[in-house]
Design a protein around this ligand. Structure first.
Ligand code: 5GP
Ligand code: MN
Length: 328
């Protein structure tokens, strides 16, 4: 529990009139659910709320209550408080960063382990399964009711960041909050149907291409898959349609590190996944990225074959570290 910074955040929000809520680039269910839930709670507390995300809301998240109110850039207005949700470092805000920083009070609410902090109030708890868990606690501190719409948004955050309550971060705290959200009106079946069973045709074609490109290294401990610019073009899909594909790569028996490489705008976006005790955030940080021990990402400005070579080298070292040193 962080306690103090979250209470400071509640106080700052309590005395604010105009609040800016910002998500990270390539938005996921946690950053969206956290911002939407906090936005609804602040709105019912009488605040003027503006929601921003530099990228478009991905299709599976468009059912989330309030998701049509996201702006792609920060309007030229003065805000009393800006809140960055689920952002592991300022760079995760993408083009929004300068405008977010301009607010007189910047609050970070996050659960990543990174140390690149930029807020005046840093409410970061890496033991929380999702940023949505912290937002749930914040809304309680603000003494706002958890409506069915707020519950739905928070449930999406916790469900997606725990891989549907399967990952190592699935603990009693997250399950208890999830149960409470169901009591408040979140419908797990409907939510899962939207998030996991509403893939676009292009996303499914990309899944096929990625699985076709599978390669295994180090006696099957490292697995890679790649999607080229041509794959995206022939599938008529975008990077937002690749969410979840890397989990299929990681699901192969014996795989400890899964890498999904995508050719985007002449650079290579990488999703890294691992099984404990392998730490892929450490590998992602070698390339200027970051994330969690078992789920991380980075962008490498190299041709895809070279990016893969570098990544494999770092992954081999990561495997070695995991199996030669005691767990932290
Ligand atoms: P994904 O592979 O789903 O894009 O990202 C997995 C995790 O790594 C998420 O928690 C995400 O926030 C983090 N992550 C992804 N890309 C980056 C990046 O470029 N920089 C940092 N710091 N974190 C990233
Ligand atoms: Mn998260």
């Amino acid at each position: 529990m962080i306690g103090d910074p979250l209470e400071m955040a509640a106080e700052a929000l309590h005395s604010a009139a105009k609040v800016l809520l910002a998500c990270h680039v390539n938005p996921d269910g946690d950053t969206m659910g956290s911002a939407l839930a906090l936005g609804l709670a602040l709105h019912s507390a009488g605040k003027e709320v503006t929601l921003v995300c530099a990228d478009e809301v991905p299709l599976p998240y468009r059912f989330m209550p309030g998701s049509d109110s996201f702006l792609r850039a920060v309007p030229e207005e003065a805000f009393d408080v800006a809140v960055a949700l689920d952002c592991d470092g300022e760079r995760r805000l993408g083009s929004l960063a300068p405008a977010v920083r301009r607010a007189p009070c910047v609050i970070e609410i996050d659960h990543h382990t990174g140390t690149d902090r930029f807020g005046d109030i840093v409410a970061v708890d890496s033991t929380a399964a999702a940023t949505a868990v912290l937002v749930y606690e914040l809304i309680r501190l603000l003494a706002q009711p958890i409506t069915a719409d707020i519950a739905t948004n928070l449930f999406v955050g916790i469900m997606t960041d725990t891989g549907s309550f399967r990952f190592a971060n699935t603990r009693a705290r997250s399950l208890r909050i999830a149960a409470e959200l169901v009591d408040c009106g979140a419908d797990p079946y409907q939510i899962a149907d939207h998030v996991y069973e509403t893939r676009s045709r292009g996303a499914t074609l990309l899944l096929g291409q990625a699985l076709n490109s599978l390669r295994l290294y180090q006696e099957g401990q490292i697995a890679t898959a790649r999607l080229t610019a041509e794959d995206f073009e022939s599938a008529g899909a975008s990077d937002a349609d690749t969410e979840g594909i890397v989990n299929h790569v990681r699901a192969i028996a014996g795989v400890q590190i899964a890498l999904l490489l995508r050719e985007i705008n002449g650079k290579v976006r990488v999703s890294l996944r691992s099984r404990e005790p392998v730490d892929v955030a450490e590998i992602a940080r070698e390339f200027g990225g970051g994330g969690h021990r078992v789920a991380a990402g980075c962008t490498i400005p190299l041709p895809i074959a070279q990016a893969e070579e570098r990544l494999l080298d770092a992954a081999r070292r990561g495997l070695q570290r995991a199996h030669s040193s005691p767990r932290p």
